[in-house]
Design a protein around this ligand. Structure first.
Ligand SMILES: Cc1cc2nc3c(=O)[nH]c(=O)nc-3n(C[C@H](O)[C@H](O)[C@H](O)COP(=O)(O)OP(=O)(O)OC[C@H]3O[C@@H](n4cnc5c(N)ncnc54)[C@H](O)[C@@H]3O)c2cc1C
Length: 390
């Protein structure tokens, strides 16, 4: 596998072990069937508990059954999962960074004890409800709201594009607390909403042309009652959802490299085996230029990801660092998947090879967790001090 500047040389034994075991798991259990799942628009749900046993959900958290592995190990894990399919990495990202992380960071002791072991083992599935039909890039405009009464809260609203909502046991729902007088009813709060509560619906979105091996749905909330204990007490305001997104985007910055690497390896192998004009197409300078550029771009993205891991490990990672890496690495993977597809000629448009599947998956990855444009604006503001969102 491409590791042009020997970054793997500095991995410790645990990081090597996690990388290798994730790679083996994916090769044995998922890769043979992933094209069929993509075509059918399904996720291999039977693997969810096995992925839990393998420690794929938030292994970088501490306690409650999580092994607290290094940020590099976590990144490598995301890379191996996405080398198979972005849908697989999305499953682990959402469960770990978007559901377990907020419970771990902001939940009560009872919430942590109830949910973290179940989610970590894959016995329960969670989802993260932020995006709404009318509020995507600007979630501060959200209309979903909570009203407090004597028994707890009543939630109303709708969320869309929610990974895993149709198979979830619990949803982390972000809503405005209308009863908070201090903030004029505008404070965003997080609620743990069990999906079997009266008034919750989780319809599946079926007509996707990207991230097909991932289940996506809506969350409808119609006078849903939750007790006060279901509130995430430890956070108020957009810091709540945004801090979770920083965790998930960190994983995406690593994961996208996996997709690009898989495209590169597929194209390299194909080019050495495919004969045209009396020999392998890999002997043509035009094809070598493509491989040279792909390898260079992947290596630059790897360097950025490794640096992010060091910054995260020592507590110096800023959300803007993550924006740069998510923006760059996903764009890189999106571009390189297209080049790899091209190198495979007609075969490149089939499900027999991974590049076109990665290529269309990257359309989602480019858009979710902050679109490429939005990360550009985050960086623009950081570099100039001037916000340009409006
Ligand atoms: C498969 C899939 C899974 C997802 N999973 C989840 C999930 O689990 N949970 C969740 O909450 N959400 C999820 N999302 C939602 C995702 O985060 C949103 O789609 C994303 O934030 C963009 O919002 P939008 O689609 O409403 O696009 P819009 O915000 O309407 O943007 C449309 C276009 O306008 C551009 N744009 C917007 N504002 C500006 C601006 N100020 N300046 C310049 N350009 C701008 C955008 O970059 C984009 O190109 C998922 C999406 C997909 C496709």
């Amino acid at each position: 596998m491409l590791d042009f500047v020997d970054l793997e040389e500095s991995l410790d034994s645990e990081e090597h072990l996690i990388q290798n075991s994730a790679r083996e798991f994916v090769d044995d259990q998922v890769r043979p069937e992933i094209g069929d799942h993509f075509e059918a628009g399904t996720f291999p749900t039977e693997l969810i508990p096995e992925m839990g046993e393998m420690g794929f959900y938030a292994p970088n958290l501490e306690g409650y059954g999580s092994p607290n592995v290094s940020e590099t190990a976590y990144g490598l894990l995301m890379q191996e999962l996405e080398a198979c399919d972005s849908g697989l990495r999305s499953m682990a990202s959402v469960q770990g960074a978007l559901v377990m992380y907020p419970i771990h960071a902001y939940g009560s002791e009872a919430q942590k004890e109830q949910w973290l072991p179940q989610l970590g083992s894959g016995e329960a599935v969670g989802c993260f409800g932020l995006t709404e039909p009318e509020h995507g890039s600007n979630p501060t405009g959200m209309e979903t709201h909570a009203e407090k009464d004597a028994d707890g809260y009543i939630l109303n609203g709708s969320k869309t594009w929610i990974t895993n909502s149709p198979i979830s046991d619990v949803a982390v729902v972000w809503a405005k607390d209308r009863s908070s007088e201090e903030t004029g009813g505008d404070a965003v709060r997080g609620f743990l909403v069990e999906t079997d509560r009266d008034g919750v619906s989780t319809n599946k979105i079926t007509e996707k042309l990207s991230l097909r091996a991932s289940i996506t749905g809506e969350i409808g909330l119609n006078d849903v009652r939750v007790p006060e204990e279901n509130l995430l007490q430890g956070v108020e305001g957009m810091k709540g959802p945004l801090s979770c997104l920083t965790q998930a985007r960190y994983g995406i910055a690593w994961g996208a490299i996996g997709a690009a690497r898989d495209c590169f390896e597929t194209a390299r192998e194909y080019a050495t085996e495919r004969d045209q004009f009396g020999g392998p197409i890999a002997r043509f300078q035009l094809q070598q230029e493509k491989l040279a550029e792909m390898a260079t771009q992947i290596t630059l993205a790897q360097l950025l990801a490794h640096r992010l891991a060091d910054l995260k490990e020592r507590g110096d990672l800023r959300p803007q660092h993550v924006s740069m890496a998510k923006r760059n690495n996903v764009r890189m993977a999106r571009n390189q998947a297209r080049v790899a597809r091209e190198m495979l000629g007609g075969n490149g448009i089939t499900l027999d090879y991974s590049p076109m599947r990665h290529m269309v998956n990257m359309e989602t990855v480019y858009t979710y967790e902050g679109t490429h444009d939005i990360h550009t604006l985050v960086l623009g503001q950081d570099l100039t001090g001037i916000p340009a969102y409006k």
